[in-house]
Ligand binder design. Structure first.
Ligand SMILES: [Zn+2]
Length: 194
């Protein structure tokens, strides 16, 4: 059987849907929801070399669904199949967050393509607890820490219409991917934060 995949175009900043709060999903098992999840996963697989996650509004759907890459499991060298590598969160909510913050460099597939993809340092709670509904319609809880925690919070922000650049008060902290890579090659570290 031929498996048809649907790679969606990733919408770019300036599109109003990216700054619009999404609607919660009512019927998680509907055909429409399953199609959105399939499109999100197909688009993540296609962009696997540059993607850490994706939210439904980024491919044009006003729905509270996102996909997060399990970088925490990858870091443990676990052999992950595609299903385990990408976790689908439906109607996710942060129910608990640590007082301690961590800083990570983030980027977003909706903010610049290729060399022009923008990166910047973002401070977020180090650890969050998130309630969500999984693809089978079952309520779940996940704890997300450090870089994985940033991914989960970044994607949940998308569902509220919030982009990571909102947290960057000084534009001189935003770097184009190509310039950031050159800087890191030369200095063996990320740039100082202004
Ligand atoms: Zn993003």
């Amino acid at each position: 059987m031929i498996k048809l995949t649907m790679i969606k175009e990733i919408l770019q900043i300036g599109d109003p849907i990216l700054v619009t709060k999404t609607n919660p999903v009512k019927d998680t098992q509907s055909t429409e929801v399953k199609k959105v999840i399939r499109d999100l996963l197909d688009t993540c697989h296609k962009n696997a070399d540059i993607s850490a996650g994706l939210a439904a509004p980024q491919i044009g759907y006003n729905m509270s669904i996102c996909v997060c890459r399990r970088v925490d499991l990858e870091a443990k060298d676990e052999q992950l199949d595609e299903e385990k590598l990408w976790t689908v969160l439906i109607n996710p909510h942060v129910v608990k967050e640590s007082h301690k913050n961590t800083l990570e460099w983030e980027a977003c597939l909706s903010i610049g393509r290729g060399d022009d993809n923008l990166w910047g340092p973002v401070e977020r709670p180090k650890k969050v607890t998130v309630n969500y509904v999984d693809i089978d319609g079952m309520p779940q809880t996940i704890e997300a820490i450090d870089y994985f925690g940033h991914i989960v919070q970044h994607e949940i922000d998308h569902l509220a219409g919030v982009l990571f650049i909102s947290y960057i008060t000084n534009p001189s902290n935003l770097w184009r991917l190509v310039d950031l890579n050159n800087y890191i090659d030369k200095n063996d570290s990320y740039p100082d934060i202004e």
